[in-house]
Design a protein around this ligand. Structure first.
Ligand SMILES: C[S@@+](CC[C@H](N)C(=O)[O-])C[C@H]1O[C@@H](n2cnc3c(N)ncnc32)[C@H](O)[C@@H]1O
Length: 184
């Protein structure tokens, strides 16, 4: 079974339900300000942004507000329950600049060089997102001046090293806990 099919599995969606509750919990909001973390990614109004593994949308609504009406945010997740929840949140917030996409981020289906910024927030390391497949796909869809913003949970020192060793990205900065890379 591929990741696309797994994302529709009732059992898997059930298994990930508690994680979804934690992701959107008040405790998390109390401990972490999503806007401050997003500011570390230097999101600009009007940008086209891909959020990989949007989960239940902890970062989605604030990211959509940062890019504004002229921007476009694609919030992607493989799990159908999560994308349904995010779609409801987006609708409730009346946002028209967000596309919620249920899809395997290892094969985004997006055009080459079509994205200004990719957000990998709280998604790596993750078993279904191996870096050796994820990074080439992110490199492919980013524009020449496009950037990759990575917020690690759990903090894993080997991930920034692996990103550099891939030869696909160069380090730009670390701000508010977010590593920023430019596409090579
Ligand atoms: C730990 S959660 C983080 C969610 C969200 N970014 C947050 O910080 O609240 C990781 C998310 O990545 C998604 N994910 C894992 N593998 C994926 C894949 N191959 N394609 C798309 N999403 C994936 C999971 O379904 C899950 O929602």
């Amino acid at each position: 079974m591929n990741t696309e099919d797994l994302g529709n599995s009732k059992i898997l969606n059930l298994v990930f339900k508690p994680a979804g509750m934690l992701m959107g919990s008040r405790a998390r909001r109390w401990l972490m300000n999503p806007i401050k973390t997003l500011q570390g990614a230097d999101i600009q109004p009007g940008q086209t942004v891909l959020e990989v593994g949007c989960g239940t949308g902890f970062f989605t609504i604030p990211a959509a507000e940062l890019i504004g009406d002229q921007g476009c945010l694609m919030a992607m997740d493989a799990l159908s329950d999560y994308t349904k929840r995010v779609s409801k949140k987006v609708q409730a917030a009346g946002l028209e600049n967000v596309r919620v996409v249920k899809r395997d981020a290892l094969d985004t289906g997006l055009d080459a060089a079509s994205v200004d910024k990719v957000l990998l927030f709280g998604v790596i390391p993750f078993p279904f997102l191996p870096l050796n497949r994820l990074l080439p796909e992110m490199n492919r869809i980013l524009k020449t001046e496009g950037t990759l913003a990575v917020w690690l949970f759990p903090v894993s020192g080997w991930v920034p090293k692996s990103i550099l060793q891939s030869g696909l990205f160069t380090y730009v900065s670390k701000r508010n806990g977010v590593y920023n890379y430019r596409r090579c």
